[in-house]
Design a protein around this ligand. Structure first.
Ligand code: HEC
Length: 431
């Protein structure tokens, strides 16, 4: 169609819709511009039966929530992904670029125009989360011992369940999957490996709580339990880095910490977790915990009542703990409710610094594990460090029964009103 016929047609088209003369063509379009972004970065959670409080799967959804969406993406509260982009690069990063945020904002400002469905181009898949369960060849599947109904006293219920590990031989876990049963209330799942010599401790915790499982918050409640994996909606889950695996001995237990949030739904949940196993792996790995032992045992991590901007830093010369280089693949941070920000980095013997993970806006609800695009090799001559900052002022207190608690002195502990500053690194020996 040439220019001339366009000009002639335009008035005819618009008279059909009413008296308006010419409406400017919108610059942005749902189908062309924002739908692929939502599909890539939002729909893991904002879909029927998932944890998001509404679906974001159609034009109607998107236009209904347009103003809220603009605020959430501009504040970077959505999608929840807390790793600072300036620190390192991670696999399956769903976060939005400045251009994408600008595009969404412009679309909202234009009145959320639908545009032409023919302009839609599917986004690239970020993760293989949707991979067909059948095709996975899962070796071990465990489910919570009962269908558990979270308590409704608070919005959040943290509950640990002890599961039997029945493999008769030593194996390596090469992948960890979570299949939330009631996805509306399952906010987070962390699996811990409890070696045979600590099984009695978790059993005692389980026995002492009359309800199914036992109440737990900062971890499994057993100091020597090892991380096996964490899952949150939208986060990387599935296979461990190629060639790696975690050794699990016979007569161990698996503890599953469930974080239920009953804002978006209610009901019972009997989540399943599953593992792929191997008899041997090329690079046996484990989760190394980075923290100052004196914070844990000597009360050296004081966060005084009423104080803001409290910082604790711990540096570890690696030659104190190893004479071998090792490789870091995945990193996550763990603090509780008063946490403001945290970071882990390596100071090289050469004087350079490599950032591993920085979370500059800590959110206890989104404890994700971040997989480095380029694994980092650390040398015994290097120093690894962790730093956390807390806000213990009156404005930043946990809400208990609808009221903000009074600030109190806080130190390291497992409870919901204690704090932690823990780095969790998945490592193997470097070849
Ligand atoms: C990992 C899961 C997840 C992803 C991915 C996600 N959301 Fe959310 N979203 C939630 C949950 C859960 C809530 C409820 C509030 C909360 O827990 O933070 C929420 C709340 C919201 C809200 C309500 C306002 C608010 O800030 O609480 C908006 C708007 C929103 N999301 C938009 C988006 C958009 C747009 C994307 C993609 C760019 C997105 N979300 C990606 C889980 C997710």
């Amino acid at each position: 169609m040439n220019r001339f016929s366009l000009i002639v047609l335009a008035p005819l088209l618009f008279t059909a819709c009413g008296p308006t003369e010419t409406e400017p063509e919108s610059e942005t379009s749902y189908h062309r511009d924002v739908r692929p972004i939502f599909e890539r970065s939002c729909m893991g959670c904002h879909t029927e039966g998932a944890i998001g409080p509404f679906t974001l799967t159609s034009f109607d959804d998107a236009s209904n929530y347009a103003p809220l969406i603009k605020t959430a993406v501009q504040n970077r509260t959505m999608p929840p992904w807390l790793a600072d982009p300036g620190c390192n690069n991670y696999v399956a990063d769903p976060s939005l670029t400045d251009d994408e945020i600008g595009l969404i904002a412009a679309w909202v400002d234009e009145g959320a125009p639908e545009g032409d469905p023919a302009d839609y181009v599917a986004p690239l898949d970020l993760t293989d989360d949707n991979a067909d369960e059948q095709a996975l060849n899962l070796d071990v599947e465990l489910s919570l011992p009962v269908a558990y109904v979270p308590t409704l006293e608070a919005n959040d219920d943290y509950r640990c369940f002890v599961l039997d590990w029945n493999e008769p031989d030593t194996k390596f876990i090469t992948g960890f999957w979570t299949f939330p049963d009631n996805a509306e209330i399952v906010h987070h799942v962390i699996a811990y490996y409890v070696p045979p010599n600590h099984v009695a401790e978790v059993q005692a915790l389980d026995d002492s709580d009359p309800e199914p499982g036992y109440s737990c918050y900062g971890g499994s409640g057993v100091n020597d339990a090892e991380w096996l994996g964490a899952w949150a909606p939208g986060a990387v889950s599935g296979p461990f880095p190629a060639g790696t695996g975690l050794q699990v001995r016979p007569n161990s237990k698996i503890v599953i910490q469930m974080h239920y949030n009953v804002v978006a739904g209610t009901g019972a949940d009997q989540t399943r977790v599953a593992f792929t196993l191997a008899d041997q792996v090329e690079k046996p790995g484990f989760f190394a915990l980075l923290t100052n032992p004196l914070w844990v045992t000597d009360g050296a991590m004081q966060i005084p009542a009423g104080e803001k901007g409290v910082v604790h830093t711990f540096e570890l010369g690696l030659d104190d703990v190893t004479d071998q280089p090792f490789t870091v693949y995945d990193a996550s941070l763990h603090m509780h409710q008063l946490g403001e920000n945290g970071s882990m980095w390596v100071d090289r013997a050469t004087g350079e610094r490599d950032c591993i993970l920085t979370v500059s806006d800590w959110d206890f609800n989104w404890q994700l594990s971040y997989r480095l695009q380029e694994p980092l090799v650390l040398q015994p001559e290097d120093t690894v460090a962790i730093e956390c900052q807390w806000d213990n002022s009156a404005e930043n207190q946990p809400i208990i029964n609808g009221e903000a608690a009074a600030p109190r002195d806080v130190a390291w502990g497992d409870g919901s009103y204690d704090e932690m500053c823990l780095g969790i690194l998945f490592i193997t020996g470097a070849e």
